[in-house]
Design a protein around this ligand. Structure first.
Ligand code: UD1
Length: 351
């Protein structure tokens, strides 16, 4: 059973990936600082995967710590080697991800995201770990109205958060060129991950006040917030609201498994892949779908455009489909139903 290190493995996306990894018979080692996640997610992962008290302990291990701490990372790799179960690959998600916060505190973002990744890459190099799937973002693209973005579209992140993601991609590219031998690297450029695990046991629960559409929508639908503010009704789109490529978090998790299987079975590679559905939905379409499939009512109003927003960002995902033999299976109805199931189940826990 191959051992995979998942950095940020208890966060929204990481926890769903961990479920998929266990289901695919990998043994996982999770590291997470818990800055933006809950240790409870570890219990939920075990529950979903039916890991009772008697399961072999190395199926899933968790270490609380920060990627800024190089010694901590080295120790994780060292321990795995000592136990004769070296880490074969890393799925690297740990990092800070708020666009607004990154504008306020750029140094914190550069230190955590970029320096943290360099620490991780040094530890990998030290312990001869050659495989990495990196969690990148569509926020690195310079968007063009009504055109799908391909992996070769122009790049131009507008926030420090986006710049750190692009910088990490560049570091990985340099590394792949410098070590021509057998480094295997996939950058997955996520579009808008939403939804939750079907069980309702895992989902998105950002600490503090949420900024993204789905977590806000859930708070409005559950009555925690009075109404939804839609940022702009005058965008040059079919209904005047912004269009995004929402992807179910379990489809995203499955893309990671396909990417991992791909690199574990290939020789040296460096590749960027768009992970989206290729299908854009407007804010209004999301709101109407959510109300319809979940049979709930709530108010919304239009307010002025949010700073830094763009009207349209949708993936051309053909390269990912053909390379990974992966295909998103879930539609917007599923994303809304699963997110709402998670909200209802978790409400008593978090309020
Ligand atoms: C945001 C980040 C992006 C990150 C992504 C993660 C910004 C500018 N970009 O993208 O870097 O990778 O989240 O999923 O923050 N909306 C409303 N009302 C709200 C909240 C959102 O109308 O209360 C609209 C936004 O204007 C946007 C859409 O909903 O058109 C989606 O917003 P959001 O979920 O924040 O995602 P992005 O802005 O696409």
């Amino acid at each position: 059973m191959k051992k995979i290190l998942v950095t940020g493995g208890l966060g929204f996306i990481g926890s769903h990936i961990c479920v998929s990894l266990i289901e695919q018979n990998y043994s996982i080692c999770i590291i997470d600082s818990l800055i933006n996640s809950e240790e409870d997610n570890l219990l939920s992962i075990k529950k979903i995967c039916n890991l009772s008290n008697n399961f072999p302990k190395d199926r899933i291990t968790f270490f609380k710590g920060d990627i800024k701490d190089k010694r901590f990372l080295m120790n994780i790799f060292e321990k795995a080697v000592d136990e004769q179960k070296p880490i074969e690959a890393v799925i690297h998600l740990a990092g800070l991800k708020s666009v607004n916060e990154s504008i306020e505190e750029p140094l914190t973002y550069w230190e955590t995201n970029v320096v943290g990744t360099i620490n991780l890459l040094e530890a990998m190099q030290n312990y001869n770990c050659k495989n990495i799937v990196f969690s990148s973002s569509a926020t690195i693209y310079k968007p063009i109205l009504n055109e799908l973005v391909t992996e070769n579209s122009d790049l131009g992140p507008i926030s420090p958060y986006g710049t750190t993601k692009l910088t990490i991609e560049k570091i990985l590219e340099d590394l792949s060129k410098s070590q021509q031998n057998d480094l295997k690297i996939i950058n997955l450029r996520y579009f808008n991950p939403v939804g939750a695990h079907f069980s309702g046991l895992l989902g998105e629960n950002p600490k503090g006040r949420p900024n993204n559409l789905f977590p806000i929508l859930l708070k409005v639908a559950s009555g925690e917030y009075e109404k939804l503010s839609i940022f702009g009704a005058d965008w040059p789109t079919r209904d005047g609201t912004c269009i995004r490529d929402y992807i179910h978090v379990m489809d995203l998790a499955e893309a990671h498994i396909s990417a991992l299987n791909f690199i574990l079975n290939s020789s040296s590679i460096f590749i960027n892949l768009n992970i989206g559905t290729g299908n854009g939905k407007s804010v209004l379409e999301v709101v109407e779908t959510f109300k319809k499939v979940n049979k709930c009512q709530f108010e919304y109003s239009y307010v002025s455009r949010r700073n830094g927003d763009i009207p349209y960002l949708v993936a051309d995902n053909r390269l990912a489909l053909s390379t990974l033999h992966w295909r998103p299976q879930r539609n917007l109805n599923d994303m809304c139903i699963d997110a709402w199931r998670w909200k209802i189940r978790s409400k008593s826990k978090f309020t």
